[in-house]
Design a protein around this ligand. Structure first.
Ligand code: EPS
Length: 348
């Protein structure tokens, strides 16, 4: 079982992740992992923090000569802005942020204590974990990519840029929809036999854990609600050379909670960032008097970055499901089991 924990405050010393259950014998390309971290920081609409940080991962355990040891892997990303001890108090909760619920839950008197950990800065840890899982998936030819489908209801590149520019001008923020596609995922990952083994529920949980994600769908998703079964289920064909095939992929690569060998297609909606430079009504948590919500340095649009984070969330689930199916100790053993299985499927 692949397990992980992350730690770190947005302006603390570092963001950290520990990954356990990762096999021995994988050669890790840290430069390639750092490219993933850089992708997370990119996109039109990111805030000033992205100009301060240039996230780079240090692997401080579980690796020798760039080869994984099978022991827990520690991933560390140092924060350049580590000013947590001197930052000002935050007194008016931002609608849409964890501010108010977190304040009440933990009994704080300063919203700063909430937003430091509730910050999407934690997604740097997710991406470092996902980058490592991508290194493993890469050994099996599995790739995961993402793209922005729409921002603020606009879907062409030009209109999306204009929409984000408008949000910047209006001191507002804007959300949107992104898509994640995983290619060459073998048939048979996940299972229909138990709720917590279903690949779709695991992907949903992983993607919904990304801050700001408000909806998630697989394949045709909500589109299933307006169609007849005959119009949307992917008919099955067989050819001696190619084996089983489909002409469509409305299922998004998953049937009955099991990968079916088609591309896995996921979509999610990232809400507009909660920090508005022209803030909404809120309340001062000390005086209880009306106040405008706090203004913190923030982003305007992070749909592209959210897609990169979701690739990692997806990579974590697929790597876990792959290890569950083919073994998890030694990469050489896993590869043998994988080849055997592929051979059986090819002759099924
Ligand atoms: C982020 C770092 C944060 C924010 C953003 C994401 O840094 P700072 O608060 O110092 O500007 O830019 O987080 C949020 C907007 C949020 O609401 O959590 C990052 O590294 O992605």
């Amino acid at each position: 079982m692949l397990r992980y924990l992350t730690a770190g405050e947005s302006h603390g010393k570092a963001i950290v992740a520990i990954l356990e259950g990762f096999p021995a014998g994988l050669k890790v390309d840290v430069n390639r992992m750092n490219k993933e971290l850089k992708r997370r920081q990119s996109g039109f609409g990111r805030g000033k923090r992205m100009q301060i940080e240039s996230d780079r991962v240090e692997i401080t355990s579980g690796l020798k000569n760039n080869l994984t040891l099978g022991s827990p892997i520690t991933l560390l990303i140092k924060n350049k802005d580590a000013s947590i001890e001197s930052l000002h108090k935050v007194m008016a909760a931002r609608p849409g942020h964890a501010d108010l619920a977190g304040l009440l839950k933990y009994g704080f008197t300063d919203i700063r204590e909430v937003l430091e950990r509730a910050s999407a800065r934690s997604t740097a840890a997710t991406v470092s974990l996902g980058a490592l899982c991508k290194e493993l998936l890469n050994e099996f030819g599995i790739t995961i990519t993402s793209r922005v489908l729409s921002v603020g209801g606009e879907s062409t590149a030009q209109r999306i840029t204009a929409k984000i520019a408008e949000a910047i001008k209006q001191k507002d923020t804007v959300g949107g929809i992104f898509e994640v596609v995983a290619k060459r995922v073998p048939v048979g990952l996940g299972s229909y036999v138990q709720a917590d083994r279903r690949l779709d529920s695991r992907l949903a949980g992983s993607i919904m854990s990304i801050p700001g994600i408000k909806s998630f769908e697989i394949g045709l998703g909500l589109g299933y609600a307006v169609s007849f079964g005959s119009e949307v289920h992917d008919a099955i064909y067989f050819n001696k050379n190619r084996g089983y095939s489909r002409m469509t992929n409305n299922a998004g690569g998953i049937e009955g909670g099991v990968s079916n060998g088609q591309e896995i297609v996921l979509r999610a909606c990232m809400k507009p960032i909660a920090t508005l430079m022209n803030p909404l009504d809120s309340v001062n948590i000390q005086t209880k008097k009306p106040a405008k919500a706090a203004i913190e340095r923030s982003d305007v649009c992070v749909v592209e970055s959210a897609g990169v984070v979701a690739e990692s969330a997806c990579a974590l689930v697929l790597a876990d499901a792959l290890l569950e199916k083919f073994g998890s100790d030694s990469l050489a053993d896993i590869k043998k089991a994988y080849v055997n299985y592929k051979d059986r499927i090819a002759h099924a």
